[in-house]
Design a protein around this ligand. Sequence first.
Ligand SMILES: Nc1c(NC[C@H](O)[C@H](O)[C@H](O)CO)[nH]c(=O)[nH]c1=O
Ligand SMILES: CC(=O)[C@@H](O)COP(=O)(O)O
Length: 159
Amino acid sequence: MATTNLSYYDKATIPNAKKYRFGIVVSEWNPDITENLYLGAVQALIENGATNDNIIKWDVPGSFELIFGCKKMIETQNVDAIIAIGNVIQGETKHFDFVCDGVTQGIKDLNIKYDIPIIFCVLTDNTKQQSLDRSGGKHGNKGIESAVAAIKMAALREF
Ligand SMILES: Nc1c(NC[C@H](O)[C@H](O)[C@H](O)CO)[nH]c(=O)[nH]c1=O
Ligand SMILES: CC(=O)[C@@H](O)COP(=O)(O)O
């Protein structure tokens, strides 16, 4: 299946983000990748009207800890949407499968339990190159895509 460029979007279709507060929880594993995803997300949020004062960043050790970090962000901070940023790269063992499945199910469960949308910005890649390609490389930046989703979901939440 063709890989869609993750960064192109029509600004005219995006609500203005000025009134929304965003949480961004970032995994410290593969920091060169996750920091680029974070910078892409912040760039897109600001370009669509968000202010730096309305963006709260928390760091967690790994993608599996995104679950608890997002839960605590919801329970203690006044945010309209959260972006969960991680990068899981296949190693020698099945640990990749369990981390990817665990964080996927955990973030899904939080989206069901709470009234705050959590955007899944976790790259789950076979190789480092695939991660580089999707965090500012030839396939764009998933952080930008996720920021656009966060703005749209913050607006939808108001209905
Ligand atoms: N191998 C990767 C991990 N592993 C660590 C787990 O996310 C977790 O922190 C640990 O199991 C302790 O609970 N995390 C990533 O984000 N990316 C990886 O490639
Ligand atoms: C996804 C992981 O936890 C993985 O990178 C760890 O590597 P390994 O499977 O070789 O222990």
